[in-house]
Design a protein around this ligand. Structure first.
Ligand code: FMN
Length: 194
């Protein structure tokens, strides 16, 4: 069986990170199940242009409607290694922290947590109020990896594309897939030249 991961995309800024994460998972031959929230349709169109959703969907092996609560990934009996939520809005973060399976994305995340699989969440908002921080703490205590998409400046990326690749590579890495040379590792590959 191919390795299988769920990728959730929500309406936080950073659609390009979702695109790059899906690209890296496709290159690693991981089977991906994509769920794009209703909120994400707006941010994707704004940040990636009108063809953005199509580009994301084309990179995934399967794309599910957030309204389809009968999709395979809504059940723990469907085997996956986990899920990456990138970028993650404060709305979806709060829903996941409180076990609200109100759409397929949050339901799939809840399944990943209850099955003790890997949930990597890349929340994007600034500044953060106490409610955001409480939701992150709660989700971390449930076992999620809270991985805000902060730039690893030590990688000395020359372009925004390089930095996006480095950030996405870290999410892929935390999801249990080796991103190879896309991720600069301190003391391993030469800094600035992945
Ligand atoms: C252009 C744009 C950028 C946004 N950026 C963020 C963001 O960075 N973080 C966030 O939590 N919400 C952001 N929002 C608001 C969310 O899209 C909104 O709260 C939405 O209801 C989230 O729903 P979802 O979690 O189902 O995707 C943004 C909205 C727009 C239109």
């Amino acid at each position: 069986m191919r390795r299988r991961l769920i990728v959730g995309v929500t309406g936080a800024s950073g659609a390009v990170l979702a695109l790059e994460t899906l690209r890296q998972l496709a290159e690693a031959e991981v089977e991906t199940h994509l769920v794009v929230s209703a909120g994400a349709r707006m941010t994707i169109a704004h940040e990636l242009g009108p063809g953005g959703l199509g580009r994301l969907t084309a990179l995934a092996d399967h794309a599910h409607s957030p309204r389809n609560l009968a999709a395979p990934i809504a059940s723990g009996s469907f085997r996956t290694e986990g899920m990456v939520v990138v970028p993650c809005s404060m709305r979806s973060l709060a829903a996941m922290a409180h076990g609200l399976g109100d759409n397929l994305l949050t339901r799939a995340a809840d399944v990943v947590l209850k099955e003790r699989r890997r949930l990597v969440v890349a929340p994007r908002e600034a500044p953060l109020h106490e409610g955001h921080l409480e939701a992150m703490l709660r989700l971390a205590r449930l076992g999620a990896v809270i991985a805000p998409p902060v730039p690893p400046f030590y990688a000395r990326a020359a372009t925004i594309e390089d930095m996006v690749r480095e950030i996405a590579a870290r999410l892929v890495n935390w999801a249990g897939v080796d991103p190879g040379a896309r991720m600069t590792r301190w003391g391993e590959n030469p800094v600035g030249r992945p």
